[in-house]
Design a protein around this ligand. Structure first.
Ligand SMILES: C[S@@+](CC[C@H](N)C(=O)[O-])C[C@H]1O[C@@H](n2cnc3c(N)ncnc32)[C@H](O)[C@@H]1O
Length: 266
C-alpha cells in the first residue's frame, strides 16, 4: 500500500531527489504556454528601486532571473530543501540583495488565516510562478499602496477521453474541472482587491513515447495526491495501448493550461 505524502513532504522529496522543481518528462509543447508571458509581465513591472517578494520561490529560478533587476528581492517557500538550494544558487550568482525564508503562508499553518512572512507595508510587489494562492488574503497588509500582485497558476487539463483506459493509479485526479479564474477572483474579492488583467493559456502538449507519458502521469499523482504510482514496467503495456488507440499524427495531447493575472493594491 502506498503512503500519501503531505504537500511539504512532496516538495522536500523533489528537492532531495531532483534538486529542484523540474518536470521529469520530455514532451512537445505548443508555443505561448504562459510561462514566457509571465516573465515578460513581471519584468515590465520591475525597476531598480523596488522591493519584491516571491511566494513559493522553489529552487530559485526566478530569484536568479528577477533579483538583479530590483533593489531587494525576498522569497519564501515551505520546503526547507528548496529554500536551501535557492539560497546556495543566489550566493553562487553573487546576489547580495536576496533574502529567503522557509515559511508556510497557508491558513492551516497560521492559526486559521493565511500569513505572508513579512512586516506590514514592506514590499512593492508580490510575484509567484505557480506558487500558493493563499498569500492573496494577506497581501493588502504587506504590499504598499500602488503595488502589484502578479501570479501564474497551473490549471488542470480537462479529463482525458482515454482516462478510463489507464491503470487505476495513473488516472486523472478528481479536481480536473477546478475553476482557477473563479478561485483567484474569489480570493481577491475576500481581500478587498480586484483583478486588473488576466489571460488564460491552453496549448497542446504531445507525447510520442509511452515511457514519457508514464513520467507525466506518475508525476501528476505524486504532485497532486502525494501517491507513488506502480512501477513503469507494469504500467507500460496499458500506456502503449492508449498511445496506439488515441495518439494523433503529433502524439497524444494532454493539454498544458495556465492562468495569468495581475491585481493592483490601491
Ligand atoms: C510549482 S512550484 C514552483 C516553484 C518556483 N516558483 C518555480 O517556478 O520553479 C510551487 C512552489 O510553491 C511552494 N508552496 C506551495 N504552497 C506553499 C505555501 N503554502 N507556503 C509556502 N510555499 C508554498 C512549493 O513548495 C513549491 O516550491
Amino acid at each position: 500500500m502506498s503512503v500519501a505524502l503531505n504537500a511539504v513532504e512532496r516538495m522536500d522529496a523533489l528537492a532531495e531527489g531532483q534538486g529542484g522543481f523540474f518536470y521529469p518528462w520530455t514532451s512537445t509543447l505548443g508555443a505561448d504556454d504562459g510561462e514566457d508571458a509571465y516573465t515578460a509581465l513581471v519584468e515590465r513591472h520591475l525597476s531598480p528601486d523596488l522591493s519584491v517578494l516571491e511566494a513559493g520561490c522553489g529552487h530559485g529560478p526566478d530569484v536568479l532571473r528577477f533579483a538583479p533587476q530590483v533593489a531587494r528581492y525576498g522569497g519564501y517557500d515551505f520546503s526547507e530543501g528548496f529554500v536551501r538550494i535557492a539560497g546556495a544558487r543566489a550566493a553562487a550568482a553573487g546576489l547580495t540583495n536576496v533574502e529567503l525564508i522557509c515559511s508556510n503562508s497557508s491558513a492551516g499553518a497560521n492559526d486559521g488565516r493565511p500569513r505572508i512572512p513579512m512586516p506590514d507595508a514592506s514590499v512593492d510587489m508580490i510575484v509567484s510562478r505557480r506558487g500558493p494562492t493563499n498569500f492573496i488574503l494577506d497581501a493588502p497588509r504587506v504590499v504598499r499602496p500602488g503595488g502589484w500582485l502578479i501570479q501564474l497558476n497551473p490549471m488542470p487539463s480537462p479529463r482525458y477521453a482515454w482516462d478510463d483506459e489507464l491503470p487505476e493509479d495513473l488516472r486523472s485526479e478528481p479536481a480536473r474541472d477546478f475553476d482557477m479564474a473563479g478561485h483567484i477572483c474569489g480570493l481577491l474579492a475576500q481581500a478587498g482587491l480586484a483583478l486588473h488583467s488576466s489571460w488564460a493559456f491552453d496549448v497542446p502538449e504531445y507525447f510520442t513515447d509511452a515511457r514519457q507519458l508514464y513520467a507525466y502521469l506518475a508525476w501528476n499523482q505524486f504532485h497532486g495526491l502525494g501517491l507513488r504510482a506502480q512501477p513503469l514496467e507494469s504500467a507500460l503495456p496499458a500506456l502503449e495501448a492508449v498511445m496506439e488507440r488515441h495518439a494523433g499524427p503529433e502524439g497524444l495531447d494532454v493539454r498544458r493550461r495556465r492562468y495569468l493575472w495581475s491585481s493592483r493594491i490601491l
